[in-house]
Ligand binder design. Sequence first.
Ligand code: PGA
Length: 260
Amino acid sequence: MNTANNKKTFLVAGNWKMNPSTHKEAKKICKDIKSSAQKTRRVQTVIFPPSIFLNECSTEVHKKCAIGTQDIFWEEEGSYTGNISASMIQSYKATYVLLGHSELRVLGETDIYVNKKLKTALKHGLKPIVCVGEQARDTEGWYLHTIKTQLEACLQGIARKSLKDIVIAYEPVWAIGKHATREATKEEADEMAIYIKKVISTLYDTSTASVLRVIYGGSVNTKNCTSFLEAGHVDGLLVGRESLSAKKFSEIIQSVDSMK
Ligand code: PGA
C-alpha cells in the first residue's frame, strides 16, 4: 500500500475532443458517466465535452462530476470570431477549463496565449488544467528542458496562492491518441510528476509545490489507469479516447476509486 495515496482524492478528467457527433449522444454519455461518478468516494470526475454540448451536459453536473471546456479566450467579449469567454462557459455551470492541449499547440497555441487564458480563468474562479508535454524523448534529457520552459512561460506572473487552484497535466505528445508511438510507463509518468513539482518549488517554494496537483494523460485506458498513480506523485488522469465510452470511463474512475 502506498501511504501517500491513502487519503488522496484523485482528479480524473475526460477530454472528448471533437466528439461525439450529436447532442443526444453527448447527453447519454454524460448521464452514464455521472451515475458512476456520483458513487465514488475519492475521485473528482470532470468531463470536457465540446462547448456546443455544454447545455446538454450541464444538466448532469453533480459535485462529483463537474464539466469544463477544452479552451477559453482571454478577452471578456468582442470581435473574436470563433472564441468563447469564461463568463459564457460559466453560464452553463462549467467550472473547469483545459488549457494548452497539444492538439491546440500544433495549430498555433503558444505559451503566451496559455498564460493569458490562465490569468482570465483564475480571475473568473475557474479551475484550469494546464497541459504540458514534449514532442519526443531524447537521451540527453532535452525533453526536461521543454517541460521547464513551458511551465515557466505558462505560469509567468501567476501568484503563489493561485497554484493550489491549478492542475498541471503532463501529456507527452508521443503517447497521445491513436497515432501514439507507445504508452508512457508508470515510471516515466511518476518521474515527470516529481520533476514538475521540483520546477514549481524552484519557481515558487516547496510548500507551493506540495499543494500543486499533477495529472497524467496519454493513452490512459482501463488496464493501465491505476499503474500511473501507484507510486504516489501523480494525482489523477486526463483521459482522451476512453472517456467517450461511458462504460470504459466509468471502469477507470471506479478502478481509481478503489485503489489502495
Ligand atoms: P488519449 O488522449 O487518451 O486518446 O491518448 C489524451 C489527451 O489528448 O488528452
